[in-house]
Design a protein around this ligand. Structure first.
Ligand code: 8DG
Length: 144
């Protein structure tokens, strides 16, 4: 179906954890731009390019931004169609749990810091506001 003018822009992102079944840490990345969002923490990811599947886009973005390869796990179901999460009205984001299979995450592009958050400090960074319900969804998967 062709995209309508006011359809949200599709974004994909990874909630990178240490273990897909029983996570104990979550990776957060600090944005460098635009200035309105710089300093906010988020899930690494980005827009799906034309002709790319969501999963292809996710692997590409994670490779470009963090320099790692990931295995993708469960889709964290959001309230919008196809389980996406609203980012304001302009964007809709699909978020999967993921684990690193190759490399060590580093802030290569679009971020200036990455941090592994334990359950106790999941909310210790200043998440972009739209991400808070997604962090809540990740928290429910954490090892009790
Ligand atoms: N990647 C990502 N974007 C987020 C998150 N939370 C959130 O509100 N956003 C917003 C920031 C942007 O306004 C929008 C799209 O994100 P993006 O990373 O593709 O933004 P961008 O415009 O810098 O993309 P690009 O040109 O580098 O592809 O979504 C998140 O957790 N991850």
């Amino acid at each position: 179906m062709p995209a309508e003018q006011n359809d949200p822009i599709e974004v994909v992102a990874a909630a990178i954890v240490d273990d897909l079944e029983s996570p104990t840490v979550l990776l957060a990345a600090r944005r460098t731009e635009p200035s309105a969002l710089a300093g906010g923490w988020e899930f690494a990811g980005g827009k799906v390019d034309p002709g790319e599947t969501d999963v292809q886009a996710l692997h590409r973005e994670i490779r470009e931004e963090l320099g790692v390869e990931v295995e993708i796990g469960e889709l964290l179901e959001g309230p919008l169609e196809r389980g996406r999460w609203p980012l304001g009205t302009a964007y809709a984001m699909s978020v999967w749990l993921a684990v690193v299979t190759e490399g060590v995450p580093a802030p290569i592009e679009d971020h200036d810091a990455v941090r592994w958050l334990t359950r106790d400090d999941l909310y210790a960074v200043e998440w972009l506001p739209a991400d808070l319900p997604i962090v809540d969804a990740v928290a429910t998967r954490f090892r009790p």
